[in-house]
Design a protein around this ligand. Structure first.
Ligand code: ADP
Ligand code: MG
Length: 253
């Protein structure tokens, strides 16, 4: 993708659960070669916003444009096929499977999403292609040497990076990460930040939900701050850090 091209444009996103307004008229966009962080206290509506953008949750109102195409109301599978991949806040690797098998699950999904596929499973050539792609993505994130280890034997920081490799198998232009730094040690966060900077240089757009302010402040080009479902403010890290409304939302009153 040429840097600067708008990949994702969300306008007026709204989601209600019964009487609860989980997401209230949110606008934002993500460009190629840009890292945008969605931050805010617990329950602010960050994960729900992700679910709206990826078609996992149905919009109550609003519009999502992906690569200049209106995908509002389209199913998650169709949206994923267009070039958006995500990790989930709570979905993890399959511990009993090897690292490479876990990554191959992502490539397998892409294979399934391809234009012409038989309904009777993979043939040998297809399976070889899937594992080749999985190895390529594992090498890209710097973990090629862990390919045959059981996923459960990896440190948490490595598991997070394997999850990203799995998402990269979908050849996304846009990568959505829900709290990728949660629970990681300092060095693991550094490694994750380095990887995301590398992917940004590769031209990916990255949208991440994050709790860890220090992590996003050092990484994101732009922050979108949510509170009680609404957008509190938006801007580069320095501007957001000193915004009085943000300070109040985070420190309580
Ligand atoms: P965040 O990711 O910022 O912590 P969420 O998007 O998970 O926040 O949640 C926003 C609000 O919506 C919360 O009050 C949460 O309890 C509520 N919520 C989220 N998902 C559902 C759901 N499936 N059904 C009912 N309420 C939900
Ligand atoms: Mg969340």
């Amino acid at each position: 993708e040429p840097p600067g091209r708008v990949l994702l444009d969300a306008a007026g996103l709204r989601k209600t659960f019964g009487g609860l307004v989980a997401v209230n008229d949110i606008d934002f966009s993500v460009k190629a070669g840009e890292v945008v962080a969605l931050i805010g206290p617990n329950g602010a509506g960050k994960s729900t916003t992700f679910n709206l953008v990826t078609g996992v949750a149905r919009l109550t109102a609003g519009r999502v444009r992906l690569f200049d195409r209106d995908v509002s109301g389209e199913p998650a599978r169709a949206i994923a096929r267009l070039g958006i991949a995500r990790t989930f806040q709570h979905v993890k690797l399959v511990g009993g499977m090897s690292v490479i098998e876990n990554v191959a699950l992502g490539a397998h999904l892409r294979g399934r999403a391809g234009p012409v596929r038989g309904a009777l499973g993979l043939d040998g050539a297809e399976e070889a292609a899937i594992f080749a792609e999985a190895r390529r993505q594992l090498a890209r994130v710097g973990l090629a040497e862990l390919a045959d280890r059981p996923a459960s034997s990896l440190a948490l920081g490595q598991q997070r990076i394997v999850e990203i490799a799995r998402a990269l198998c979908l050849s996304p232009a846009l990568l959505l990460l829900d709290e990728p730094a949660a629970g990681l040690r300092f060095r693991e966060k550094q490694a994750l930040g380095d990887l995301l900077r590398q992917l940004r240089r590769d031209g990916l757009g990255i949208l991440l939900v994050e709790h860890d302010m220090d992590f996003v402040m050092g990484l994101a080009d732009r922050l979108v701050v949510m509170n009680f479902g609404a957008k509190l403010c938006e801007g580069p890290p320095v501007a957001v850090r000193t915004n009085p409304a943000v300070v109040e939302a985070y420190l309580g009153s």
